[in-house]
Design a protein around this ligand. Sequence first.
Ligand code: FMN
Length: 264
Amino acid sequence: MKTKIFILLSAFILLIGCAVNSSAAEKIVMKIDDPVMQVDGQDMNIDNDGTTPVIINGRTMLPVRAIAEALGLNIVWNESDRTVTITAENDKEENAQPEKTTNKKILVAYYSAQNHTKGAAEAIADELKADTFVITPKEPYTEADLDWRDDNSRVNAEHDAPDTRHIELESSSPENFADYDVVFVGYPIWWGSASWVIDDFIKNNDFTGKTVIPFCTSQASGLGESGKELEEMAGTGNWLEGKRFSESFDEKEVRQWASSLKID
Ligand SMILES: Cc1cc2nc3c(=O)[nH]c(=O)nc-3n(C[C@H](O)[C@H](O)[C@H](O)COP(=O)(O)O)c2cc1C
């Protein structure tokens, strides 16, 4: 678990003055005792643990990791000497090509029924100069198939009878899969879990030696156990915690997350 580091409000104002990264948020609003902050007008959880800003002995303390990350700053906590180091990269020229931050070969594999996850996947791939692989069911889902409010829809039938959930894919093995060091796996959340459309992709590939990073989009649910469930299903690979984005995500947030991963 990440260590909680708080910062004094007055120090934060100084910090804002030195936030120079071009992908940085311009406005962050936090409320005492509220685990949700607003970043450029969009609600985001401060972290996954429900951390909130607090007032201690009359001093306003803000969780610095969330602030630093929103501002595009790097923050490192060193347990042994109990120091926090915050660094800012100098702004890159407008229109400059995004730098490739790693020599690792990266694949962004995703399924997207209604194009939300597709948007996030394409932003990650563009940010990291990664290849993409679209997980495509042989029998695509129509809008009617996806209507979870209709008791008789395809998704409801599959949800109610897990035995029928085996979805055949156009292809479950990307070309040269063995060459990739890092694999992002993207999916929509269906009933709190990863859409089962990606199951064959997960089961039919060997992730040994690869870093695997799940990400998803949803209306309201979090990542939940979806990453862990996929890790178990795969049985191989070094799976990282992953990230959930709202279906109405801000592309800047996705790019910022992808570039913050420092895949080395
Ligand atoms: C069958 C189905 C089940 C869903 N279940 C959930 C859910 O449990 N929680 C949630 O927040 N959103 C749920 N949603 C909304 C989707 O997760 C959300 O719209 C997502 O961004 C869709 O991604 P896509 O456009 O890439 O398919 C569901 C959508 C569908 C079609």
